[in-house]
Design a protein around this ligand. Structure first.
Ligand SMILES: CC(C)(COP(=O)(O)OP(=O)(O)OC[C@H]1O[C@@H](n2cnc3c(N)ncnc32)[C@H](O)[C@@H]1OP(=O)(O)O)[C@@H](O)C(=O)NCCC(=O)NCCS
Length: 156
């Protein structure tokens, strides 16, 4: 199997990220401007890409500002999915959030995103609230999930 390495995201990745966003997120895709803003938000925001044969095939980002860290995004190119990369990126986010001192890691997922929900479910994320019809068009609910990190206590 071809090796895939995680490395820090850089601005030179933006064109490829925009391409993957369109493919993976359609109406919700981030633009180049969104990516420039995200990278400008470092070091509070931390981003990595997964690179295979010099090509970016996945990426993830976390906001690590305080007690609560947030998953900003996680994605894997269609032809690289189901090979454990999503899991590796999620592991990186959990490690990064834990290292920043956060007590929990939160994220928002579309209720109709079966693959992502399975990934989160098997990694100990629990639903703590719902934003009804948050995603438009389509009237799709947003589920708010949380995973407690090392010793984090529930304050909700
Ligand atoms: C969600 C996503 C990141 C998963 O990436 P991936 O590299 O395919 O995930 P992995 O190969 O590490 O799979 C880990 C587990 O997730 C679950 N999973 C992943 N894809 C799945 C699918 N299509 N159907 C059902 N379960 C799935 C499974 O439990 C899987 O474990 P298994 O392969 O042992 O059954 C990927 O599907 C993706 O990029 N989707 C589009 C973008 C997106 O929705 N991001 C999340 C936004 S909240």
């Amino acid at each position: 199997m071809t090796a895939t390495a995680l490395r820090e995201m850089r601005w030179q990745d933006i064109d490829r990220l925009v391409e993957l966003e369109r493919e993976l997120f359609a109406d919700d895709a981030w633009t180049a401007n969104s990516w420039w803003g995200e990278l400008a938000g470092r070091p509070r925001r931390a981003y990595v890409v997964a690179e295979r044969e010099a090509k970016v095939v996945g990426y993830a980002g976390v906001d690590q500002g305080g007690d609560v860290a947030d998953v900003m995004t996680v994605a894997v190119a269609p032809d690289a999915q189901r090979s454990g990369l999503g899991q590796r990126l999620l592991d990186w986010m959990v490690t990064t959030a834990t290292g920043s001192g956060a007590e929990s890691l939160m994220l928002e997922v579309r209720a109709d995103n079966v693959s992502a929900r399975k990934l989160y479910d098997r990694n100990g994320f629990e639903q703590i609230s719902v934003r009804r019809r948050y995603y438009q068009p389509g009237d799709v609910d947003a589920l708010i999930l949380r995973r407690l990190l090392n010793g984090g206590a529930s304050h909700v």
